[in-house]
Structure formats: C-alpha cells, structure tokens
Design a protein around this ligand. Structure first.
Ligand SMILES: *Cc1c(COP(=O)(O)O)cnc(C)c1O
Length: 361
C-alpha cells in the first residue's frame, strides 16, 4: 500500500485505523450479516450507533446540559440558509463578521432572506486578519452574532471568543471542530460540516442551546424547521448513515488520543513544524496572514513567484504529497493539517519545504 501524504482541504485525511475499521465492518457490520448502510435507519443497530456518536460528541466537547446535539444532511452550507430563516424574525436582523470565503458565504445567504448588520469586514486587508474579540460589541437587539472560527481558505483562526452578552453567539466550526477545547456554554449554536475534522462528507454536526432553539421560527418547511429537526434529533428523515458511522470511529480515535486537549497539542506541534520553516526562510515563504491569527488547521503560504509555486507543487507531488495547491480563489499554497493528518506527514512536508528553500532560495 502506497498511501499519499494527504493535505487536502476537504474531504480530507482520515486516520488510517478508521478507514481500516470501516473496511473491516463494511460488509458484515458487527456480525449482523449485513452492512450498516443496508440496514434500516429506524432499526436498533443504527439507533445505537447514532446515539453513541452523539454521546461521544457531548463527552469530547464537554457539552453542558441544556444543549441538543444531532446531525443533518446538507453539509455546513445548508446552515447558511437555515440559521437566518429560523433565528432572525421578520423585520429583525443579525450581526455578521465577514472574515473570508466561508463567513462571507454565510452572510451573503443571510442577506437573501433577512436584514444583516456587518459587524466586521476584512475586505480591506484581503481577509488576512480578524477583529479583536475584546473590541466587539454586538448591536442591541441583534438576533445573534455570527462568526466562522477558522477560515479554511484564508487561513485565519479565532483564538479567543467575543463576549456577546445577551446576544446569542453562533459559530461555523467546520474546519477546526474538536481540534481544541471550546467553551460550548458561550455559544448558542455551533455547526460543522463533518468532512474536515470529523469524518467522511455528507453530514453536519449541530450543537444548539435549547433556550435559543425556542426562539426559532414556526411554519417553515419540515427539513428547514430547526425546532422540528431538534425534536426528532435529526432523524425526521433518512439520516446520513455512512458519514455518521465514520464520525463515530473518528471520535473514538480522538478519545484514544487525548480528546480535545490531545488534539490541540497535536495541532500546535504540527503547525509549528510548518510555521517554523516559513519563519526560517521568511522572504522565500511568505504568509499573507496576520501572525496573531494564523490557523493551526490550514496553513497558507506563497513563494516568491508563480513559477516557483508550480515547481513546489510538482516536486512535492512527486514525493507523494497532495492537496497543497491553494484554493483557486486565492492561489498560492495551502497545507491542511486537520486532526487526521499524521505527524509524520507534516514532518515530511516541513523537511521538503526546508530543502526546497535551500535549493531555490
Ligand atoms: C468546508 C466548509 C464549509 C462548507 O461545507 P459543506 O459541508 O461543503 O457545505 C463551510 N464552512 C467552512 C468553515 C468550511 O471549511
């Protein structure tokens, strides 16, 4: 087996032992004589799998009582629309931070259905920085305050959370969920597409405070109705069975490796390997990102010119490293080093970057 060193932004690397468990159990799930993906989602087997997964999320994220946790299809993007439809009443408005592609996407979708107040716009800095959380005061009467904890494309990550007082705080944590401990009690709603840090694509994890849930709109079409979805724990219709199964196995793996704080230590160590090379060859590798907000998950960097970037990508690919091309909207290079990316892959990349800089710098 010759596995690539996988730096894909999403779907992205899963721990090898998770893939092997999926393979082992795919045809005959726990000796039942059929696959879990062939079985009824109303049956005992899936019911246990689903609730064990939710219990693991609650345990690993230290979620206090008074929160509902469930999975929905439609990825993170469905939440961009569902959230304003449910939580901003007609005539109301919410505060959004525009910090890069993903927060902007959510904000743009919200603007299609309700009024939005832009509380921060990183446009003038090319989305290379974030607002100082200490300086944030939400608008009075805002239905919620929205942020994206880690901009997957731009490579900026919130390190501290704003105090929003009585205004509910909502975060898209798709690309850094469970990569560090998070004080869930500060948030009224956290959501994450699972395909970066949690498992195979096809589902979103929802963590919502019940008190906030009570403010959701009535009368929306069933799938879009937050209260209805929560009351059925995301099992109103056929759930994304395979991704949830993968998430459960990833969560067990996270637990075995020290939970959220174990993941944080791993993430810090891995990110430091790459940022250290960038700092050592500053000028050859350059970061467009404000150093205070450098992401530990998505490391973006540029080389002196596009020809060198092309060569960098070619040579790294020849060494088995994939996924290092920056998003088409920003160019350059990006290494996504989520929970599932092994330390050895990152070490190999750091070594490659060092050698490449010495040769071409
Ligand atoms: C990938 C990503 C999304 C989009 O997720 P989908 O599941 O494809 O809808 C949204 N927000 C962030 C931060 C992401 O990284």
């Amino acid at each position: 087996m010759n596995r690539k060193l996988n730096f894909n932004a999403g779907p992205s690397a899963l721990p090898l032992e998770v893939l092997q468990q999926l393979q082992d159990q795919m045809v005959d799930y726990q000796g039942e004589g059929l696959s879990i993906v062939e079985n009824s989602h109303r049956g005992k087997s899936f019911d246990k799998l689903y609730h064990d997964t939710i219990d693991l999320v609650k345990e690993l994220m230290n979620i206090p009582s008074g929160y509902s946790v469930f999975f929905l299809g439609g990825g993170a993007t469905l939440q961009f629309g569902m959230i304003p439809m449910n939580f901003i009443p007609q005539g109301g408005s919410a505060d959004y931070t525009r910090t890069g592609s993903w927060a902007n996407g959510a904000c743009d979708d919200a603007m299609k259905v309700r009024d939005v107040h832009v509380a921060f716009d990183g446009k003038s800095s090319g989305y290379s920085t974030l607002p100082d959380p200490a300086g944030i005061t939400p608008s009075s009467g805002a239905s919620y305050f929205y942020l994206c904890s880690n901009e997957t494309i731009g490579g900026v990550q919130w390190k501290q959370w704003p105090e929003t007082g009585s205004v509910p705080l909502i975060a898209d944590m798709s690309s850094d969920i469970l990569s560090r401990p998070v004080p869930v009690d500060k948030f009224s709603l956290i959501f994450a597409g699972v395909q970066k840090n949690l498992g195979p694509s096809g589902a979103a994890l929802i963590i919502v405070k019940d008190e906030f849930l009570n403010t959701a709109a009535d009368g929306l079409p069933s799938y879009l109705d937050y209260k209805k979805q929560a009351s059925k724990e995301g099992l109103m219709n056929t759930p994304p069975v395979f991704p949830v199964w993968g998430v459960k196995l990833v969560l067990e793996w996270v637990k075995k490796h020290g939970g959220a704080s174990g993941m944080e230590k791993r993430a810090e160590k891995k990110a430091a390997m790459i940022y250290d090379v960038m700092d050592r060859y500053d000028g050859f590798y350059s970061s467009p990102v404000d150093a205070r907000y450098r992401s530990l998950m998505n490391i973006v960097f540029r080389l002196p010119d596009e020809d060198l970037e092309k060569l960098f990508l070619q040579n790294s690919a020849a060494d088995g490293m994939i996924g290092l091309k920056g998003h088409r909207s920003v160019g350059g290079c990006r290494a996504s080093i989520y929970n599932g990316v092994p330390e050895e892959s990152v070490e190999a990349l750091a070594g490659f970057m060092d050698e490449f800089a010495r040769k071409h710098g």
